[in-house]
Ligand binder design. Structure first.
Ligand code: PGA
Length: 249
């Protein structure tokens, strides 16, 4: 089986300050190591400061378009030029609050790769969809939108984050078994197309991960780390979560 390097990503959402940059960059620089990727996704204006402190960063979203008359949007090339390495695409808040469709998300994924940013494709079902047993259907459609538009090979230089919508910011984490089952579904689905690609693909879990539940989640065979929201804003919690990924993946 391919060995995948664990990753812990901190999604600050619309939170943070220069003060938090200073606190978190000290913490991240202390836990950085060759056997763990740590990436921070701050609001745009804080990217440069984190990069200057030596932190690996990504954007929370990018425009699907090339530069032009798109007031308020941010071009992926600019993010890349600043020194960021990643971008989230299709976070559930972008999908639900800003109406991003699977097609828009696939376009953002394409634009990110075009400029050399690694997209982290966020997928996940709502509570209602889980109750109707549509989890696999929904997640498959979110992934297929990218494969259909860009081809399977596009997934090679990407990361997938499974984030059940009902677990984001709610304190209701998926159980390790629930999360593992969807991660395995994703990996098996891709393995039917390419076993090598599936084995090498990093799949993160996100949704109310904290320092108490991270170790068991990250110990699951198909969970390669986490995408952390609330707990990524506290240096102690984020450090503990990163350490649990180092130990268990
Ligand atoms: P949460 O957010 O950890 O606060 O649930 C996760 C995310 O939205 O990426």
């Amino acid at each position: 089986m391919a060995t995948r390097k664990p990753m812990v990503a901190g999604n600050w959402k619309m939170n943070g300050s220069l003060e938090l940059v200073n606190q978190l960059s000290v913490a991240v620089n202390n836990i950085k190591s060759a056997d763990l990727d740590v990436v921070v996704f701050p609001p745009y204006p804080l990217l440069s400061s984190l990069i200057e402190q030596g932190v690996t960063t990504g954007a929370q979203t990018v425009s699907e378009n090339e530069p032009g008359a798109f007031t308020g949007e941010v071009d992926a090339q600019l993010i890349k030029d600043l020194g960021a390495k990643y971008t989230l695409v299709g976070h559930s808040e972008r999908r639900s609050i800003y109406g991003e469709s699977n097609n828009t998300v696939a376009n953002k994924f394409a634009r990110a790769q075009q400029v050399g940013l690694t997209p982290i494709l966020c997928v996940g079902e709502s509570e209602q969809q889980r109750e109707k047993e549509q989890t696999e259907l929904v997640v498959a459609a979110q992934i297929d939108a990218v494969i259909d538009k860009l081809g399977l090979a596009a997934l090679k230089d990407s990361v997938i984050a499974y984030e059940p919508v009902w677990a984001i910011g709610t304190g209701k984490t998926a159980s390790p078994e629930q999360a593992q089952s969807v991660h395995k579904f994703i990996r098996d689905k891709i393995a039917t197309l390419s076993s090598d690609l599936a084995q090498g693909l990093t799949i993160l879990y996100g949704g109310s991960v904290n320092e108490k539940n991270s170790e068991l989640l990250f110990a699951q065979p198909d969970i390669d780390g986490g995408l952390i929201g609330g707990a990524s804003l506290k240096a102690d919690s984020f450090t503990a979560i990163c350490n649990s990924a180092k130990r268990t993946v």
